[in-house]
Write a protein that binds this ligand. Structure first.
Ligand code: AMP
Length: 455
């Protein structure tokens, strides 16, 4: 089974120092992208230090650790993986020492067709300690660095060997290098705080550290920061296409982020509006499943004219339910995570919006929570189309056998989750949720059509 990575990356170059602390705050705001493990690597006077462990950002780092780590560059990572286990070895940034010095690397995404590359490296003497793509990327960069004059050139050359999704931040003793794959699968933006240079998976992290958003990196682009100087290399942009993961807008990113010029919140609100137009129903109130269903519920309410009310309250101290793999714990997790608000629901016909239905576990639990709290009718709406195919590019959409929409019709799913009605957003509407985005999309999990041919 592939290791699915849903991660967040952050990097800063600031000659004034205090980079570890900034990275810590940046990672804190990217915590929604991965709750399994995290880490920060820094450079101080060309010396690499790092700390990484399993756990949340606030658990792994202490003020003392951040003080010890301080430096003039930092790269950080938050990690989530469904398989590959909760192992410290898999935490990033990945760090290595080789003849040209040190390298630290943080990666978001998933490569495809890595077997050939890996075997090729192994026949030439490589010894890999993990099965992660990130180690493969680090090795490719280190190997190319032996054949060219600079770390950034090595990144540019290594990219030509890689296929799939990668938003990368690489730190050499003197440079911080950000790179986005030529398909532009995962987001990666840059900004400035004064003259300090900052890279992050999402713009919410720039805001958190008091930086100004500048722009998204282009697909295939490499940006090198040396001190406060920045240089862009577009050698791999020629022939690049743009296939941003559309699921970032629906579920993954934070609503206060802008991705490729599109507000995530507005995209979700639009999805809710379209859903109301496509699947109207007689009802009394509209509620959203926190967190990523709320914005769409607001849009649905606006469009339908039904009142938007708070119907489910989320325990603030719990991560996304998918942290706990395994069916039994997943069911328990929903009850721990969400409490129904009886006063909003009792005696009402309720439209409930969630961002997506994967296995159907959450929806079934939510319908039953709402009925227990006195709802007379429950109309489930998904602000994403049905998942019909897995994701190979860095989002944890499981195999077809586990995807309820692969196995059953909408009516069957409605009966299985116990709802009075069920509807999904149409594919046509999906393609209209991000009108401000200056990019194209990958919608492979909803269509089974991917921008890269799979082996
Ligand atoms: P399920 O219970 O398996 O149907 O999962 C649906 C819930 O999982 C929804 O509430 C979503 O917010 C959430 N979800 C959607 N996509 C993902 C994903 N890639 N990884 C984890 N959880 C997800």
């Amino acid at each position: 089974m592939a290791i699915h990575e849903e991660c967040g990356v952050f990097g800063i170059s600031d000659p004034r120092g205090d980079c570890a602390r900034t990275a810590y705050y940046g990672l804190y705001s990217l915590q929604h992208r991965g709750q399994e493990a995290c880490g920060i690597a820094t450079i101080n006077d060309r010396e690499l230090s790092y700390h990484k462990d399993v756990g949340l950002v606030g658990e792994v780092f202490t003020p003392e650790l951040l003080h010890q780590l301080d430096g003039t560059m930092a790269v950080g990572h938050v990690r989530y993986a469904t398989t590959g286990g909760t192992r410290r070895e898999n935490a990033q940034p990945l760090t290595l020492k080789y003849v040209k010095g040190t390298l630290a690397l943080a990666h978001n995404g998933n490569l495809v067709g890595t077997q050939e590359l890996r075997t090729g490296f192994e026949y030439r003497g490589a010894i890999f300690q993990t099965t992660t793509d990130s180690e493969l990327i680090a090795y490719a960069i280190a190997q190319e660095r032996l054949r060219c004059g600079s770390a950034e050139e090595a990144v540019v050359r290594a990219m030509k060997l890689l296929r799939g999704a990668y938003s990368l931040i690489v730190m050499s003793p003197q440079k911080l290098i950000a790179a986005r794959d030529p398909w532009g699968f995962r987001p990666l933006c840059m900004g400035r705080r004064g003259d300090a240079v900052i890279f992050a998976s999402e713009s919410c992290a720039l805001h958190a550290v008091g930086a100004q958003y500048e722009r998204e990196l282009e697909p295939g682009e490499v940006v090198v920061a040396e001190g406060t100087q920045v240089r862009s290399i577009k050698e791999n942009c020629a022939g690049a296409s743009s296939h941003m993961c559309i699921f970032e807008y629906i579920y993954f990113a934070r609503p206060d982020s802008d991705i490729c010029g599109q507000s995530v919140h507005e995209a979700r609100r639009l999805a809710g509006k379209y859903l109301a137009r496509e699947s109207a129903v007689d009802a009394d109130v509209v509620i959203g499943v926190p967190d990523s269903g709320l914005d769409a519920a607001m849009g649905y309410a606006e469009e339908s004219g039904l009142p938007y009310v708070i119907g489910l309250v989320k325990n603030r101290y719990i991560g996304r339910t998918f942290i706990t793999p395994g069916q039994e714990s997943r069911e328990q997790a929903v009850r721990i995570k969400l409490g129904p608000l009886r006063s909003s629901i009792e005696g009402k016909r309720v439209v409930v919006i969630d961002d997506s239905i994967v296995r159907g576990t959450t929806s079934r639990q939510i319908v039953s929570l709402l009925r227990e709290a006195g709802a007379t009718e429950v109309h489930m709406r998904s602000s994403a189309p049905p998942f019909i195919a897995p994701c190979y590019f860095g989002t944890d959409i499981p195999d077809r056998e586990q995807l309820i929409a692969c196995q059953y019709t909408v009516d069957e799913i409605r009966d299985m989750i116990g709802a009075d009605s069920l509807a999904f957003l149409s594919l046509d509407a999906l393609h209209r949720i991000a009108p401000d985005a200056k990019c194209g999309f990958c919608d492979g999990c909803f269509t089974g059509k991917y921008p890269i041919a799979l082996d």
